[in-house]
Design a binder for this molecule. Structure first.
Ligand SMILES: CC(C)(COP(=O)(O)OP(=O)(O)OC[C@H]1O[C@@H](n2cnc3c(N)ncnc32)[C@H](O)[C@@H]1OP(=O)(O)O)[C@@H](O)C(=O)NCCC(=O)NCCS
Length: 119
């Protein structure tokens, strides 16, 4: 096994200001599934998804991947998972991706682990 990790923290007030200032930003960064999930839960949940995307980019040491090609979805228990879009999937061949999120009104954090040993 060969693991890499990434972590990111987001200041929720700064994030809210950016999202409210630039109306197109939300749609550039997040899929409709992510926006729908966070609509009732609050913008801090979108902030933790932003942190998760940044943490994923750190873990795989990669740029040039579209924000929306890294989607955070929750399974029935509430546990979040990262679902890669077509382009990201063809670029990476991870045998495992794990993500964990946490948020308060002030900060949102995410940790991502990838296993890049061959499947
Ligand atoms: C799940 C739990 C750990 C969340 O902790 P919290 O302190 O309330 O909230 P945090 O801000 O730290 O974390 C919230 C995030 O936890 C994650 N989460 C929720 N359920 C989860 C689960 N079963 N496993 C892993 N992560 C989970 C989600 O990503 C959530 O954010 P999101 O809704 O934006 O995706 C908490 O509700 C808990 O301890 N529940 C009791 C135990 C439990 O239900 N375990 C799951 C049994 S299947």
């Amino acid at each position: 096994m060969a693991y890499k990790i990434g972590i990111d923290i987001v200041d929720v007030a700064d994030f809210k200001r950016s999202i409210n200032r630039t109306k197109s930003l939300k749609y550039k960064l997040f899929t409709s599934h992510e926006i729908d999930y966070c609509r009732k839960k609050g913008l801090e949940h979108l902030a933790s998804r932003f942190a998760a995307k940044e943490a994923f980019f750190k873990a795989c040491n990669a740029g040039g991947i579209s924000w929306k090609d890294v989607e955070i979805r929750n399974i029935e228990s509430g546990k979040p998972e990262i679902v890669l879009g077509k382009k990201a999937k063809s670029r990476f061949n991870f045998s495992l991706i794990e993500v964990s999120l946490s948020q308060t009104g002030k900060n949102a954090v995410a940790v991502v682990l990838v296993d890049y040993s061959k499947k």
